[in-house]
Design a protein around this ligand. Structure first.
Ligand SMILES: NC(=O)c1ccc[n+]([C@@H]2O[C@H](COP(=O)([O-])OP(=O)(O)OC[C@H]3O[C@@H](n4cnc5c(N)ncnc54)[C@H](O)[C@@H]3O)[C@@H](O)[C@H]2O)c1
Length: 317
């Protein structure tokens, strides 16, 4: 992919050592982009980027987004800001740390982009947690941000910062919000992983609540959506928000059953109380805008996404 002035187009991914960032880095390199991955994870500990580290078009910057500056952004046409404290449970235990990572970190990225002045697109990863209990369904991009937990608040505040910098300084921003993403290398603290892991070891699946819903999306579909935004003409994405989940609502109860079956069946499902703020939570996104305007067409339905994730979980032992 050629940049306007010749040479390969270079994309900066913050949080590149994580689940989503490493998948996007691989996809972009395979499609001819140059990639800079920035993350606080030490280079030798960035296990999801082992292959990319020796790729000639990949560069790794070991740094916190808190300390990102215009010199880190210079030379990149696109910044995909994925770095975050992304675990909902840690948000309850460490709310101030979560706010610092997700709000201050985002503001630092926005300031670096502003001071550099050369970025054509900044893509922010939003979350269904920014909405929590929706006011109407399906949740479209115009739905107000109504977070119901500390992590959701931090991501919503990050999104508001993005739009504030966009309006104040013309930062060429876009927001891509997704529901729960699953697949190989997913975070171990996400309920789908925990259930598959426990069931695989013959232990019960413990469900917090049960009637709340999730819009389960496979990582390849999420990465493809991010790619579409990276590749799209600026005027198609700048100043826009897109929902990029699979677009199918499933209750936590249903998903627990799918995980039990995908792990080989047999284990009991036990119930405990809802997490704070989670009773009544719905993830039921409309993805029509992304379909229409970006050509986004997710391929992997929730059941298959869970089966593919279960296969990876089995390979871990
Ligand atoms: N995975 C999901 O289900 C999901 C759903 C909705 C939104 N999101 C959002 O997508 C993005 C990626 O999520 P993920 O699942 O890949 O998470 P992840 O935890 O696997 O990756 C996040 C990466 O950010 C890095 N990071 C954290 N703080 C940093 C800092 N201060 N400076 C530099 N790097 C830092 C971490 O080291 C990690 O490698 C996040 O912004 C998250 O909020 C994820």
């Amino acid at each position: 992919m050629m940049a306007a002035g010749g040479g390969m187009e270079r994309v900066l991914i913050t949080g590149a050592a994580g689940f989503g960032g490493s998948r996007l880095a691989r996809l972009l390199l395979a499609r001819g982009y140059s990639v800079t991955g920035l993350d606080v994870v030490a280079p030798l500990a960035a296990g999801l980027l082992v292959a990319e580290m020796s790729h000639p078009a990949f560069r790794y910057v070991w740094k916190s987004v808190q300390d990102i500056g215009p010199e880190d952004v210079a030379g990149h046409s696109v910044v995909v800001h994925l770095a975050a404290q992304a675990d909902v449970p840690l948000g309850f235990g460490s709310p101030r740390y979560t706010l610092m990572q997700n709000i201050e970190g985002t503001v630092a990225v926005l300031e670096a982009v502003r001071r550099d002045g050369g970025v054509a697109k900044l893509i922010y990863a939003g979350s269904a947690s920014e909405i929590g209990r929706p006011l109407y369904l399906p949740i479209d991009e115009a739905h107000p941000l109504t977070p119901h937990n500390p992590y959701g608040f931090s991501k919503a505040a990050g999104e508001l910062a993005v739009w504030s910098w966009h309006r104040a300084y013309g930062i060429p921003a876009a927001v891509m919000s997704n529901g729960t993403v699953v697949g190989p290398n997913m975070r171990r603290e996400v309920f789908i992983f925990k259930w598959l892991w426990e069931a695989r070891h013959g232990r019960p699946i413990v469900v917090e609540g049960g009637e709340q819903t999730r819009d389960i999306t496979y990582i390849d579909d999420t990465a493809e959506a991010w790619f579409l935004a990276v590749a799209a003409a600026e005027e198609r994405v700048v100043g826009r928000k897109f929902h990029i989940s699979y677009g199918e609502e499933r209750s936590i109860n249903e998903l627990a059953g799918m995980c039990r079956d995908a792990a080989g069946g047999g284990v009991p499902i036990e119930y405990t109380g809802y997490r704070p703020g989670e009773e009544g939570q719905r993830e039921a996104f409309s993805i029509e805008r992304a379909r229409r305007e970006l050509g986004y067409a997710p391929k992997v339905p929730p059941q298959e996404a869970i089966a593919l994730t279960a296969r990876w979980v089995r390979s871990l032992m």
